[in-house]
Design a binder for this molecule. Structure first.
Ligand code: SAH
Ligand code: SF4
Length: 442
């Protein structure tokens, strides 16, 4: 390699963010440092997402942009990892003559060796084997929390749910949970390095440990709650079918657990929930929401919604709109259904046009925008506890942090407040953030 620099682009979810951080650490271990500009690098890596066609097209588009760099500098190594790499494997090398390396979701740990192989022998290589459980258990990504006040902690990986639209179980493999001892050690180490907030992550954290006969997820939360130095706990993603009463009670019981839950519903119609193989009904979902409010009256929820699932009629869609009005999420992440080959929904009859789906999607965004606006505007005048994460891009003397509801709050203050919990009086609400001022006592 003609210099010791690599450039990395990450697409998709938190699992990919964690994998990318691991890639940075692993490459650092063989003396490669990360750069911000692809033309300064001798290794370019894309960590990709295959959940929707849009993400796939974006990754291919970015790959294409690097071709001229490779034409100018044939020694440049181009690699693709993540879910597209897992799904397509060797075919990617056949399709893209300028791609050198393909590594799957279970092979991130082998990256240094693979990069070395390509560099030393000028061979192209691909590694997308799924690993067995025992090996995977040894390889959970861990973090040290250097230079950060918030950190993800991986508690489980993979998914066994097979929602009919979703490619994740195929590209990430079967569900596997990390030992609670290892998770707790990691959280303690993070706390020692100054981390104040941890987010426990996995495709479905609510089913944590069931296969491994580990402690329950609520028991795990309780133990994380007892760790000195940690002020806040979040977790994601939660599948509604696995949200136990015990876990619901945690929101009333555990003082460090943030009062926000991302609880993807996907649709408000029973017909569609059934076709999606989600394992709960609208009524059951709504009863979970009401129990959450009983356990913690000021909890706020966010959700994922898919519009235009095969067979979704106007009536089904109206059910989703009415559910949004009932639950009043602070935020939704909404997607137009995207067929994924290999999933069962890919073979379902889909009678509505792209225009109909787009029109429904826009209607839903308008409704949600109004709901979100009301919630955040009602916060103006109140005081919120904010974990200060850093200096804001808004200018000198400006800080930013998050409220318990995961909303960005900007305010002026001195940099020594970074990493601390402060009280902020909210003065204004914007589309994506709140503005405030330090409240008395700070
Ligand atoms: N494990 C998480 C996240 C899965 S992927 C969960 O179960 O919530 C993130 C989101 O992408 C999903 O919640 C779903 O809303 C969306 N998604 C997944 N597959 C999709 C597809 N084929 N088309 C459109 N959206 C999809
Ligand atoms: Fe995909 Fe469903 Fe698993 Fe989430 S729970 S990753 S949507 S299969």
């Amino acid at each position: 390699m003609n210099n010791k620099a690599f450039y990395l682009e990450t697409f998709g979810c938190q699992m990919n963010v964690v994998d990318s951080e691991r890639i940075v650490d692993l490459l650092d271990g063989i003396g490669l440092h990360q750069v911000e500009e692809p033309d300064q690098a001798s290794l370019i890596l894309l960590n990709t997402c295959a959940v929707r066609d849009k993400a796939v097209r974006k990754a291919y588009g970015h790959l294409g942009r690097f071709k001229p760099l490779k034409d100018r500098n044939p020694a440049l190594i181009l690699g693709m990892g993540g879910c597209i790499a897992q799904q397509e494997g060797k075919q990617l090398l056949e399709e893209f003559s300028y791609l050198d390396l393909v590594f799957g979701t279970h092979n991130v740990h082998r990256l240094p060796e693979l990069v070395q192989q390509v560099a030393d022998n000028r061979v192209r290589c691909d590694e997308t084997e799924f690993l067995d459980r025992e090996t995977r258990l040894q390889l959970f990504p861990s973090r040290t929390g250097k230079d950060a006040f918030t950190s993800f902690v991986t508690v489980m990986q993979g998914c066994d749910n097979f929602c009919s639209y979703c490619v994740v179980p195929y590209v990430r493999g079967r569900e596997i949970s990390r030992s609670s001892g290892e998770i707790l050690d990691e959280v303690r180490e993070l706390a020692e390095h100054g981390v104040r907030e941890v987010t426990l992550i996995g495709q479905n954290v609510n089913s944590y440990g069931t296969k491994e006969k580990e402690i329950s997820f609520s028991a795990l939360l309780e133990q994380v709650n007892a760790i000195d130095g940690i002020d806040r706990i979040r977790f994601t993603t939660s599948h509604p079918k696995d949200l136990s009463d015990d876990l619901i009670d945690c929101f009333g019981r555990l003082d460090k657990l943030c009062k926000h839950l991302h609880l993807p519903v996907q649709s408000g119609s029973d017909n569609i929930l059934k076709a999606m193989n989600r394992g709960y009904s609208r009524e059951r979902y709504l009863s979970i929401v009401s129990r959450l409010h009983q356990a913690c009256p000021d909890i706020r929820l966010s959700s994922d919604i898919i519009v235009g699932f095969p067979g979704e009629t106007e009536d089904d869609f109206t059910e989703t709109l009415s559910l949004l009005e009932m639950v009043r999420y602070t935020e939704i992440y909404s997607f137009i259904y995207s067929p994924r080959s290999g999933t069962t929904a890919a073979d379902m009859k889909d009678e509505f046009t792209a225009e109909v789906k787009q029109e429904r999607f826009n209607r839903m965004l308008d409704l949600q925008h109004e709901i979100s606006r009301h919630t955040w505007e009602a916060d103006v005048g109140g005081v919120q506890e904010v974990l200060v994460e850093g200096e804001s891009k808004m200018g000198e003397g400006q800080l930013f942090g998050r409220s318990t509801w995961n909303r960005i709050v900007n305010f002026s203050g001195s940099p020594e407040l970074v990493g601390r919990l402060v009280s902020v009086k909210i003065t204004k609400s914007f589309r994506n953030s709140l503005l405030g001022e330090l409240s008395e006592g700070h």
